[in-house]
Design a protein around this ligand. Structure first.
Ligand SMILES: [Fe+2]
Length: 123
């Protein structure tokens, strides 16, 4: 499972590649909680499609807005010790395909980050 951190001071979002001991120790950095269910899940929870070596991540069963003030900023896939990600701008289609290998697809966990509604996970 991947971990993502947000800087409350500048708004940057960081992927955590190596976890240190204890919790994040800077007062400006916060581990982003992962959401998997709730009333906003239909538009946020990543949907994964596997086709051979490829995994495609779409955001939500229903299309999520990609407006200037409300959009999906990135999707990511974590599998074993690998992390794949794609970032988006308003107006983009929040969908990404990564080649991870058919043997790893079942272990993949997908993430989607909405600038207003947080970090969502496929599981
Ligand atoms: Fe949203």
């Amino acid at each position: 499972m991947a971990n993502f951190i947000k800087c409350e001071k500048c708004g940057s979002i960081l992927g955590m590649f190596v976890k240190g001991e204890g919790e994040v120790c800077s007062p400006d950095l916060t581990k982003i909680p992962v959401i998997t269910e709730g009333e906003k899940a239909p538009k946020h929870k990543p949907v994964v499609e596997i086709d051979g070596d490829n995994i495609t991540v779409k955001v939500g069963e229903a299309a999520h807005p990609m407006d200037d003030d409300h959009y999906i900023q990135f999707v990511a896939v974590s599998v074993d010790n690998e992390l794949y990600a794609k970032c988006f701008e308003p107006g983009d289609v929040a969908e990404a395909t990564f080649t991870i290998g058919a043997d790893k697809a079942d272990a993949a966990v997908a993430y989607a980050f909405c600038n207003l509604h947080g970090l969502w996970s496929s599981e």
